[in-house]
Design a protein around this ligand. Structure first.
Ligand code: CO8
Length: 259
């Protein structure tokens, strides 16, 4: 499929890589980009040869937010009737394979929110995260007020949403927003290495692990624990569980088949 605002490629025939590509606008997220991103994510999710997906931007910007030029003239009627955001921003939530955000440069506003929709974030040492919407008379609208406090706690989330200050990569890692910080020139190499580790495991177990961790954000502890237990039990019905445990006991590399 021909895309105009993203680039799509496959690495090692197993990892789908989606690069946001509106360099002149620092990858500002407009309707076309979010629609194309959703299409590319869905295509990789449906492709049995793909085990993990990476979403990334440029060295200067992962994404500097929603496209302010596109939004500036919208009325309430436009955004409400057009279901602005929900209609094409949430596709990533329905992707069942792991999605890693590889973030360099600015991840601001909707860009920070998109990064937080990924399953985890690997940041380059030049990454800067922020929710500066307050500076342009609005608030985060794609999950920033909800995912940020869950990721870094109320005080820091309030600080970012109310003062619009940016958080650098070191602080983002210390706060739990990102899982690792790597040198800028190693960002893709390290993220790809992480993706290939994930690809080496049972795709069924990987999918189940993602689903179960995500469940923790939607349920009470006891409901979440029960859900985890049942999924854990269910994995004993898979061939991959037999294979994984047998390979461990016989000191050999497992050959997972997604069965
Ligand atoms: N939208 C549109 N264009 C942008 C955006 C953006 N968010 N960010 C940068 N650009 C454009 C600039 O207008 C500029 O274009 P031009 O060269 O034609 O003037 C070009 O990118 C380069 O930007 P700068 O010259 O400003 O570069 P600097 O290095 O000086 O500054 C910054 C970089 C700090 C990133 C600065 O560009 C900036 O502050 N950008 C805006 C950041 C922002 O406010 N983001 C939040 C937007 S609101 C939002 O995301 C709401 C999300 C709600 C849900 C999403 C719904 C769709």
């Amino acid at each position: 499929m021909a895309y105009e605002t993203i680039e799509v490629r496959t690495e090692a025939e197993k990892v789908g890589v989606i690069t946001l590509n509106r360099p002149k606008q620092l990858n500002a997220l407009n309707d076309q980009l979010m629609t194309e991103l959703g299409q590319a994510l869905r295509a990789f999710d449906a492709d049995d040869s793909i085990g993990c997906i990476i979403v990334t931007g440029s060295e200067r910007a992962f994404a500097a937010g929603a496209d302010i030029a596109a939004m500036a003239k919208y009325s309430f009627q436009d955004v409400y009737k057009g279901d602005f955001i929900t209609r094409n921003w949430e596709t990533i939530r329905s992707i069942r394979k792991p999605v890693i955000g590889a973030v360099a440069g600015f991840a601001l506003g909707g860009g920070c929110e998109l990064a937080m929709m990924c399953d985890f974030i690997i940041a380059a040492d030049n990454a800067k995260f922020g929710q500066p919407e307050i500076k342009i008379g609005v608030i985060p609208g794609a999950g920033g007020t909800q995912r940020l406090p869950r990721a870094i706690g109320k005080s820091k989330a309030m600080d970012m949403a109310l003062t619009a200050r940016m958080m650098d990569a070191t602080e983002a890692e210390r706060s739990g927003l990102v899982s690792r910080v790597v040198p800028l020139d190693k960002l893709m190499e390290e993220t790809l290495a992480a993706a290939l580790v994930i690809c080496s495991f049972s795709p069924i177990a990987v999918m189940a692990a993602k689903e179960t961790v995500n469940r923790s954000f939607e349920s009470s502890l006891s409901d979440g624990l029960m859900y985890e237990r049942r999924v854990f039990h269910a994995l004993f019905a898979t061939q991959d569980q037999k294979e994984g445990m047998d390979a461990f006991l016989n000191k050999r590399t497992p050959n997972f088949t997604a069965q």
